[in-house]
Design a protein around this ligand. Structure first.
Ligand code: GDP
Length: 413
C-alpha cells in the first residue's frame, strides 16, 4: 500500500540545526545507503571531526534543482507509519525565500527549528511570517539543541512562550512545540529518556498526528505554463506543465499573452497518449490551429481564461542589497514567463513580525524589507491573485546576479 505523500520544508534561523535535523531524520529512518554513510564517516574523520556529523550527510546529498532558478535542494523521501515524507531543504536563508515563493517545491507543512540555547532570532520570525503569507498553515516547531541547555524544562517553557506570542501575532493557532536534540537524536523519530518532564510525542509522531496531505488543485480553472515549443515530424509540439485544473483532449484552449486559440488534438506524457492531464503533469500537446505560441504563455479554457493586465499590487520581500525605488524597471519571473515591470509606487513597508504597516510610501525598500508595491508591466502579463491561484500568483524579481526579491500578488487591475 502506498502511503500518502507529504512535502515538508524545514525553516529557521541559520545554525539552529536545520541540516542536522534533516540528517538525523534520514539517518534514523534508515534511508541512506550503508556505503554512503561509510563515505561520510571517512570524510568526517579526514577533516578531523569527531563522531558523525549530520550536516556532512546533507552536503553530500544536495542536488541542483533544474529550472530557471538554481536552487540547492535535497530530497530523500522517508516513511513513518502514516506518511511518506519528502523534505525540501533550503540551505540558506536566501534559498529558502526563493524556493518558497517560486514554489519550486510545494510544501504541505513546515518544521520550524529554534535553538533552545539562542532562542528566537530574526530569521525565526521572518520564516514564520513567510510560511504564513504563503499559506502554509501546518506548522510544527522543534526546539532544538536541548542537550545544550541540559534538557532543562524551564528553558523549554521560556522559548515556547515567546514562540507562542509570535504565532498568535501571525494568526497561527495551536502550533505544537516539541523539545528535541537533533544531534543526539532525542525526540526526533525516537523517544528519549533524557526529558524526564516530557511525556508528549516525538516530532514525527506529532507530524503524523497533526498534518494532512494537500489535495491537487483539480477543481480550479485550468492553468498550464508553456515550457517549450518544437517541431517533430512536421508537427508542432507544445510542452507545458499543468499548474491547476485538468487539461482534456478535444477541448479548445487559449494561450496568453500570445492570444492564440486552438483545439487540443492530443496529449502525450512519457511517450503515451493520455486523455487528461492533472496538476503537476508535464505533457506534450498537439494543438490544431495555432501559429505563434511561446514559452511563458499560459494555457487556459475560453470559459475561464487567464486574464491579461498590466498593473498589480504585490507584497514583496527583498533579499539582496539591490534596493528598490519608485520608477525602477525590473525583470520578474513567474511560471515559465519573464516580463519587465516598472515599480509604479512603493505603497508601504510592512513589519514582518506584527504584520502592521511600518511606513507609508517609503522612498526605498532594502535588504530584508517586506513591502507592498504597485507594479506596472511593460507588456500585458497574466499573473493571478495569489489567494486564488497561488501557482501563478507568485514571482521573483531578477537582478544581475540572480533573484533579488520575491513577491505574491494581492490585487490585479
Ligand atoms: P542550520 O544552519 O540550521 O542548518 O544548522 P546546522 O544543522 O548546520 O547546525 C549548526 C551547528 O549546530 C552545527 O555545528 C551542529 O552540529 C550544531 N547542532 C545542530 N543541532 C544540534 C543539537 O541538537 N545539539 C547540539 N549540541 N548541537 C547541534
Amino acid at each position: 500500500m502506498s502511503l500518502p505523500k507529504i512535502n515538508l520544508v524545514v525553516i529557521g534561523h541559520k545554525d539552529h540545526g536545520k541540516s542536522t535535523l534533516i540528517g538525523r531524520l534520514l539517518y534514523d529512518s534508515n534511508v541512506i545507503p550503508e556505503q554512503k554513510i561509510q563515505e561520510i564517516e571517512e570524510e568526517s574523520k579526514r577533516l578531523g571531526k569527531k563522531g558523525f556529523k549530520f550536516h556532512f550527510l546533507l552536503d553530500s546529498l544536495e542536488e541542483e534543482r533544474e529550472g530557471g532558478l538554481t536552487i540547492d535542494i535535497m530530497q530523500t523521501p522517508f516513511k513513518t507509519k502514516k506518511y511518506l515524507y519528502t523534505i525540501i531543504d533550503c540551505p540558506g536563508h536566501k534559498e529558502f525565500v526563493k524556493n518558497m515563493i517560486t514554489g519550486a517545491s510545494q510544501a504541505d507543512a513546515a518544521i520550524l527549528v529554534v535553538s533552545a540555547k539562542e532562542g528566537i532570532q530574526d530569521q525565526t520570525k521572518h520564516h514564520a511570517f513567510l510560511t504564513k503569507i504563503l499559506g502554509i498553515n501546518q506548522l510544527v516547531v522543534a526546539v532544538n539543541k536541548m542537550d545544550k541547555v541540559s534538557y532543562n524544562e524551564e528553558r523549554f517553557k521560556e522559548v515556547s512562550e515567546k514562540l507562542n506570542k509570535v504565532f498568535i501575532s501571525l494568526g497561527y493557532e495551536k502550533v505544537p512545540i516539541i523539545p528535541v536534540s537533533a544531534l543526539n537524536g532525542d525526540n526526533v523519530l525516537k523517544r528519549s529518556k533524557k526529558f524526564q518532564w516530557y511525556d508528549g510525542q516525538t516530532l514525527f509522531e506529532t507530524l503524523d498526528k497533526t498534518i494532512s496531505p494537500s489535495t491537487l488543485p483539480i477543481s480550479k480553472p485550468l492553468r498550464a505554463c508553456v515550457q517549450d515549443v518544437y517541431q517533430l515530424k512536421g508537427e508542432k509540439i507544445v510542452v507545458c506543465k499543468i499548474e491547476t485544473g485538468i487539461l482534456e483532449s478535444g477541448r479548445r484552449v487559449i494561450f496568453e499573452p500570445s492570444g492564440e486559440k486552438g483545439l487540443v488534438k492530443k496529449i502525450e506524457m512519457f511517450g503515451k497518449e493520455i486523455r487528461q492531464a492533472k496538476p503537476g503533469d508535464s505533457v506534450g500537446l498537439i494543438i490544431s490551429g495555432i501559429k505563434g505560441v511561446n514559452r511563458g504563455d499560459v494555457v487556459s479554457y475560453p470559459e475561464n481564461p487567464a486574464k491579461l493586465f498590466r498593473s498589480f499590487i504585490a507584497e514583496i520581500i527583498l533579499f539582496s542589497d539591490a534596493k528598490m525605488r519608485n520608477n525602477d524597471v525590473r525583470t520578474i519571473r513567474y511560471g515559465t514567463a519573464e516580463n519587465k515591470c516598472k515599480v509604479l509606487k512603493i505603497l508601504e513597508k510592512i513589519d514582518p513580525i506584527n504584520l502592521t504597516s511600518q511606513e507609508k510610501f517609503p522612498d526605498v525598500l532594502q535588504d530584508g524589507d517586506v513591502g507592498k508595491v504597485m507594479f506596472s508591466a511593460i507588456k500585458p502579463i497574466c499573473l493571478e491573485k495569489y489567494s486564488e491561484i497561488p501557482q501563478l500568483g507568485r514571482f521573483v524579481i531578477e537582478g544581475k546576479r540572480g533573484a533579488t526579491a520575491a513577491g505574491i500578488v494581492l490585487e490585479v487591475k
